[in-house]
Each structure stands twice: as structure tokens, then as C-alpha cells.
Design a protein around this ligand. Sequence first.
Ligand SMILES: [Zn+2]
Length: 279
Amino acid sequence: MTSPTFIDTHAHLDASEFAHDRTAVQRRTRAAGVSCCVIPAVEVANFDTVRTLAHAQRDVYALGIHPLYTPAAKLADLDQLGAALEQHRNDPRLVAVGEIGLDGFVPELNTPEALAQQRQFYKSQLELAQQHQLPVILHVRRSADLLLKGLRETPVLGGIAHAFNGSLQQAQQFIALGFKLGFGGALTFDRALQLRRLAVELPLSALVLETDAPDIPPHWVYRTADQRAAGQPQGRNEPSELPRMAQVLAELRGISVEEVAAATSDNARAALPGLKRHA
Ligand SMILES: [Zn+2]
């Protein structure tokens, strides 16, 4: 029997945390059976980096402006995004507009001015996704209802609600709009009761796997506040951890990890059709 293969639908592999050992990380990723990673951009300044990296590593990428980067972004950045989407429209490794969305958690992003800026970037990027016939990768943090409202006003092909942590009702609304929901390291914590319930109640056809590397470490990589106070740095997440996260999901759902691997890979290809050429 061949071992299962996985798709990591969200990995910030261009992050500085990987600067010193990116090749080793890539080797571990493939050795673990992760056949492809989706590398989202976060700002105009990293568009070239994610594209070049995706080509070098045989991964895929998305172009977009992340909500956490909107305070520093200028409206002209949206024109640059439009130009980049146009320039790379035939690039088989460009699979989505992302990472875009709204963050309702970070206080500085939720002053009236900052929220208006977030909303403008979200709406404009949905319009670009619509124009370029690309799915979107969404950052959802205390923002599910506003994101859904935006999708109803500016419908897109679908995509992935990444690191999903909303309610079952919100999840069902994303699914109805053609989205899959991303689950990863947060699911590995015993105390994540609501998230675990959601991952079991939702149809398997709605789920995709992701690490969000280098962030959202699973419990076996995570360092507690006490450990960090004692001098240990926070653990770094990486795509090779994905199969163990899949194992957790398999156990929660009472199915085999092979079934999780096959279904979540199919779901990733359905959400991001450009993946079909690569994984
Ligand atoms: Zn991200």
C-alpha cells in the first residue's frame, strides 16, 4: 500500500523563520508525504518572493494583501495587485487571490479608520478575484459575518476560509458560497472543544488541511507561556507536521488517515482548481 499524500493549503514558507533552513524544511515536507503547499502573499513587497519560491519548490502561490498589512498599504497597492494578476494570469502556479479578509480581533485594526481601510481592501480584492476568475484564500478572525456579507455583495468562485474558527451556521454559509474550511494545528489541542466539534459535525467534503506555518503550532510543537518565560522560543510550525494533524482529525472523526488524506486533497483541488495541475 502506498502511503497517503497531503496538500498543505496554507504555509507562509517565505517567512523569515525559514530563512536559515528552507531546503531542509522542504525536504522534510516531501518526506512526510506533503506533495504541495499553497504559499499565500501578504503584501505587495512579497509578491515576487512567493512566486519565485513556489516555482523553485514546485509549490503553488496566491497573491493578495493580508488584512494585518492593510494599515501600511496604499490604495496604489491594489493597482499593483491587479497588474500582477494580469501579468501572471497564465502562470500555472498562481492558484488564488490571497491572503485577504478581515481581522476583527487586533484592536489597532478595528478603529473606525482602520476598519474602513480593511473593508476597502477586502472589497477591492474580491472584485479583482471576480475579474480574474480566481478563488480566494480568506483570513477569518472574529469577522465571519462581515466576510460573508462581502461575498454576497461580490460573489467569487469560492476558495478557502483559512484557520476557520466560527460557528457551524457560519461554516454552512461559507460552504453554500463554494468554500472549504481550513483546519490545522488548533485542532490538536484537547481544550479546543468547539473547534473539534465543528471538525466532526461538518461534512468531510468541506474540510481542507493547513499548517499556517510558521504559525499556529500543534500541541507537540507549542511552547507554553511558562516555557517561553523560561527562555524557550515559541515552536515553529512547518508543513511536515501536517500528517500528524491529519491523524488527529482522523481519530476525531473515527476514520482512517488515508481517508482524510484523500478527501482533503480532493477538497483542496475543488477549492483551488489550479492545484489540479500540480497535486
Ligand atoms: Zn496566513
